[in-house]
Design a protein around this ligand. Structure first.
Ligand code: TXA
Ligand code: MG
Length: 325
């Protein structure tokens, strides 16, 4: 058991977080997407502690977080396409998988990227995350702050529930405004493939590039991002998808107003997909707890249109429903 400090999202909390990270410790902190569990990506021991704290298989590489594009360039090779995407979307919720640049002084621990020749690199936009990264001398490996295979966390109390005693500090930075993890794309020569959908959509990437994305997109056959595994993001309670009317012993996760007399929660009373994304993991966590108390058989989830961020929401829900026993 590690004793876990609780930090505020104020200036002093940020300074303390950076200090702990610079000393090789683990800190859970907010990003605009979900909470991250950060540690110095250049230190083998620190990286090993991240895998242990999450119970994560070591063949599932971590996203490396840096303050800006300049720092990203110390780690990865950025071609014109990657540069143009960075100009359009960084800082922000777009992670790019790029070839490592092994010629630089800075060396990422091999285990951080599961011995791959690529790095998934991200420049987050959340002001607290940015300030922490600015103050860190090395890049920060930060998977989502949850136990492997379970729900990602977008609220301080959910991070605390799963990470207390496993990390050196948890920052209370309030709820994460986006709510689903970053879009991950692989940029290889002139080809972009989406490895994980997020709030930045294929259409936005096309318009950011000023050219059709479909020309550049090739679908990847093999799983090169284990977050793509069919089962992931699982609550304890079984999930049933695309249900309008739940059974009597089920809870409902509604998209739109919660029908009268039905037990459950609404992701967005006004059917706004961005609000639904923001509430996704916290609502699932609350319903999981309510299901335990009320001995409900399942969480039934209403259909959510598969457009825009709705694609990412449906992706996560499908994996949540696909839990392996
Ligand atoms: O929004 C996010 O991306 C959050 C916040 C904390 O930044 N982080 C996050 O990390 O979602 P994590 O570890 O939960 O998911 C990272 C995904 C995993 O599916 C992993 O397999 C994939 O990124 N990944 C990491 N490095 C990769 C690489 N070099 N090639 C392909 N996939 C990679
Ligand atoms: Mg994760």
């Amino acid at each position: 058991m590690t004793s876990t400090e609780i930090l505020s999202g104020s200036k002093s909390g940020i300074l303390r977080a950076a200090r702990i990270l610079n000393d090789g410790g683990l800190v859970a902190f907010p990003t605009e997407t979900v909470y991250g569990l950060g540690g110095d990506a250049t230190k083998h021991e620190t990286v090993n502690r991240i895998y242990t704290a999450k119970g994560r298989p070591e063949n599932n590489p971590l996203i490396i977080h840096v303050y800006d594009e300049k720092r990203a360039r110390e780690l990865v090779k950025m071609n014109l396409l990657a540069e143009s995407l960075a100009n359009s979307f960084w800082p922000g919720p777009l992670t790019m998988v790029l070839k490592q640049d092994f010629s630089g002084k800075l060396k990422i621990a091999e285990t951080a990227v599961s011995q791959l020749e690529t790095i998934a690199i991200r420049v987050p936009a959340h002001p607290v995350a940015r300030e922490i990264l600015r103050l860190c001398k090395n890049p920060i490996a930060a998977p989502s702050a949850n136990m492997s295979g379970k729900l990602s966390t977008t609220r301080f109390e959910d991070v605390q529930a799963c990470m207390s005693g496993r990390v050196d500090a948890i920052m209370d930075g309030g709820p994460c405004p986006i709510g689903v993890e970053s879009t991950i794309i692989k940029v290889q020569d002139e080809i972009i493939s989406i490895l994980r959908p997020g709030t930045i959509t294929e259409e936005q990437i096309s318009s950011g590039l000023g050219q059709s994305f479909s020309e550049k997109k090739k679908t990847e056959k093999k799983i090169s991002s284990p977050g793509q595994f069919k089962s992931h993001y699982c609550p304890k309670t079984p999930i049933r998808l695309n249900i309008i009317h739940p059974r009597a012993d089920e809870l409902l996760l509604a998209f739109g107003p919660l029908p009268a007399g039905v037990k459950g929660l609404s992701l967005s009373e006004i059917s706004d997909p961005h609000e639904a994304a923001m509430n996704l993991y916290s609502s699932l966590a609350d319903l999981d707890e309510l299901a335990r108390i009320t001995k409900s058989s399942a969480i039934a989830i209403q259909p959510i249109p598969k457009i825009g961020v709705g694609i990412a929401i449906n992706d996560r829900l499908r994996r949540a429903a696909n839990r392996l026993q």
